[in-house]
Ligand binder design. Sequence first.
Ligand SMILES: Nc1ncnc2c1ncn2[C@@H]1O[C@H](COP(=O)(O)OP(=O)(O)O)[C@@H](O)[C@H]1O
Ligand SMILES: [Mg+2]
Length: 320
Amino acid sequence: MNILILSAGTRNKIVEYFVKTLVGRGKVIATDMSNLAPAIYEADKYYIVPSMTDAGYIDTVIDICKKEDIKGVLSLIDPELSLLAKNKEKFEEIGVKIVGSSYDLCEMSLDKYKMYLWLKDKGYNCAKSYIDKDEFYKAVESGKITYPVFVKPARGSASISISKAYDKESIEILFSHNDGLMIQEYLQGQEIGADVYIDMISGEIVSIFTKKKIKMRAGETDKAVSFKDERLFELIKDFVSKAGYRGQIDIDIFDIEGEYYISEVNPRFGGGYPHAYECGCNHMKLICDNLEGKINGNTIGEYKSGIYMMKYNEICIKEF
Ligand SMILES: Nc1ncnc2c1ncn2[C@@H]1O[C@H](COP(=O)(O)OP(=O)(O)O)[C@@H](O)[C@H]1O
Ligand SMILES: [Mg+2]
C-alpha cells in the first residue's frame, strides 16, 4: 500500500514518520516543485512536479498515482487542499483516496473570515472579526470592540503580514498597503494547538493531542508542552463533528481565563505535529489503516501530559 505526499517541502519528519510506519507494508512517494525541498529525500522515491497552478498539474499527479500504485494522497500545504478536494472524483476513479476534508470545508478553513462567520453562527467562542474597516470603525465608536486589535490577511498563512494595531492611523496604513486584510479582536491568552484525526471511514474523532505553545518562531510552534483537559476534548469533538472534517487537521485555540476560543483550522498536518507523534499519537498509522479499509478505535488522550517539544535546525546536503 503506497502513499503519495504532495508538496513535501521542508516537512522531513512527516515523510520520515510515514516511511517508518509503512516499513514492510508499502512505499512513500513524495513530490515537490523544487529539487531543493529536503523532505523529498526522506521518501522511498520522489518526483519533481510542475507548480500546482500549472494547467497540467493534476494530470501529472494522477499519472504518478497510476505508475506508483498509490492508495492515498495528501498535501502538506494550504493552497493545494482545495485543489485536491475539487478533483476528488478523478482520484477515486483510479482507486486513490484523498486524505483530507471536503472542498467546502477546505475553502472555509482557508478563509479566516468565512470561518469566523461559521463559528459565530454556531455559537462558538471566537475573536470578533471585520473585513470592512468602516464597519469596524463604527463598532469601535459604539464600544463593541476596543484597541488594540489584530490585523491579518483573511487568506494568510505562516504568520505572514500579521500586526497588532493600536489606533485608526495604523489600520489605515495597513489597509493601504495590503489587500484582503481582516481585523480581529485581540485575543490575550494561552495559545494551544490541537492535532486531531477523524477516521475517514466512520467519521468519528479517534485521536486528539493538545499542547500549550510556549514559543512561536516564523509562524510555527518552536517550543510546546503537552497537556490534557477533558473540557477541551469535548469542545474539539463537538466542533469537529459539527463542521464535518475528515482525516488529519490542526486547530489553533486560545485559552482566555478558562474559556476556550477557536482561532483557526488547517485541514492538514501542522508544523507542530511531530510533538504529537513523538508522544505516541501515530496518525500515520491511523491513515494507513483507513486506507486498508480498517476502522480505527478511539485513542483520544492516549499520551502523557508534561512532555516538552523543542525544535532545532537540521541540514540536508546534495550534489546534483
Ligand atoms: N485575534 C488574535 N489575537 C491575538 N493573536 C492572534 C490573533 N489571531 C492570530 N494571532 C496570532 O498570530 C498567529 C498567526 O495567526 P493565524 O490566524 O493562526 O494565521 P496563520 O497561522 O494562518 O498565519 C497565531 O498563531 C497567533 O499567535
Ligand atoms: Mg495558525
